[in-house]
Design a protein. Structure first.
Length: 105
């Protein structure tokens, strides 16, 4: 999968929100995902198509329903290529510091 597609898909907050919902509970229908957003059904479908195109979401038919599942592999590949490459331990320390500062604020 092309890194550019994954980065573009992750750049949008609505798409990240959809991925978070699928992380919490996989196998959701379009109706379930749509009910959590103030957006048209068509808008949610467009975001899901971008996520599918990037390989971040896979679907499976179950009767009349189409279920959406998170595929974390492209994110892991990005992590392995970019985060590990740039000294993950330093990035982790900065991320922990940011979290601590936000919690104390």
């Amino acid at each position: 999968m092309d890194d550019d597609h994954v980065f573009r898909a992750l750049a949008d907050p609505t798409r990240r929100y959809l991925l978070d919902r699928l992380f919490e509970r996989d196998g959701r229908t379009l109706t379930e995902l749509e009910s959590e957003l103030e957006m048209t059904r068509f808008g949610v479908m467009k975001h899901l198509r971008v996520l599918e195109g990037a390989g971040l979401v896979v679907t499976r038919r179950s009767g009349r329903e189409k279920l959406h599942f998170l595929n974390p592999v492209p994110i892991r590949l990005i992590h392995d290529r970019w985060i590990t490459k740039y000294a993950e331990h330093r990035v982790a320390a900065l991320a922990n510091l940011k979290t601590e500062l936000e919690e104390s604020a």
